[in-house]
Write a protein that binds this ligand. Structure first.
Ligand code: GAR
Length: 215
């Protein structure tokens, strides 16, 4: 049963799941009006699944190789999300391109966190790309997912200074700390219905809409 006043989230993760943990912790502490209803991974051994189980959240492995097309794979993921009453899908280190099937099932209801100040450095190894480009300011972005990878309307961003001697790992660690802050904040804005999308712009409104989600 959906708790009154809370939005039901499904998290998709392929890796260690520190962003997932930040969301779980924020939800448990009452800092966001959201409940993680299910965690899905395409990687059987992803630590994100263990984190979910530890928190008493259903953890589901959906194996890509079991399906002959992305559409079918996403159909299976959609079925799990629907089974758990998910209203907002949060990608948290989910290392697969999102296709039309999932986008159509959750229009404007899939958000992603990316470890770069988009539109710079989309795709893999964003922190390494940033260092190799020589930027002085790196960061992270929460955005609405659309058909293009790491591309949709931007909800929020945080900047992180690049330090001399930074490696991709040290930079990634500092960016992650900001990710763990801005992702729950963005979820809270969504839960309170304070986001309005117009084209590429996401406006943060002062009034709350009753149903949560994008206006
Ligand atoms: C995070 O840095 C996230 O921004 C990134 O993967 C990491 C997952 O860490 N996502 C992408 O690069 C997606 N394009 P986590 O599993 O500890 O949350």
């Amino acid at each position: 049963m959906k708790q009154v006043g809370k939005i039901n989230i499904g998290v998709l993760a392929s890796g260690s799941g520190t962003n997932l943990q930040a969301i779980i912790d924020a939800a448990e502490a009452g800092r966001i009006d959201a409940e993680v209803r299910v965690v899905i991974s395409d990687v059987a051994k992803a630590y994100a699944l263990a984190r979910a189980r530890k928190a008493g959240i259903p953890a589901v492995f959906v194996e890509r190789n079991m399906f002959s097309s992305r559409r079918e794979f996403e159909g299976a993921i959609t079925a799990v999300l629907n089974e758990h009453g998910v209203e907002l899908v949060c990608l948290a280190g989910f290392m697969r391109i999102i296709g039309k099937a999932l986008l159509d099932a959750f229009p404007n209801r899939i958000i992603n966190i990316h470890p770069a100040l988009l539109p710079s450095f989309p795709g893999l190894h964003a922190q390494k790309q940033a260092l190799e480009h020589g930027v002085k300011i790196a960061g992270c972005t929460v955005h609405v997912v659309d058909v293009e990878t790491d591309h949709g309307p931007i909800i929020s961003q945080a900047a992180v200074e690049v330090k001399e001697g930074d490696t991709p790992d040290t930079l990634a660690d500092r960016i992650l700390r900001e990710e763990h802050r801005i992702y729950p904040e963005a979820i809270q804005l969504f839960a309170h219905g304070r986001l309005r999308i117009e084209g590429r712009r996401v406006y943060i409104t002062n009034h709350e809409s009753r149903n949560g989600g994008f206006e």
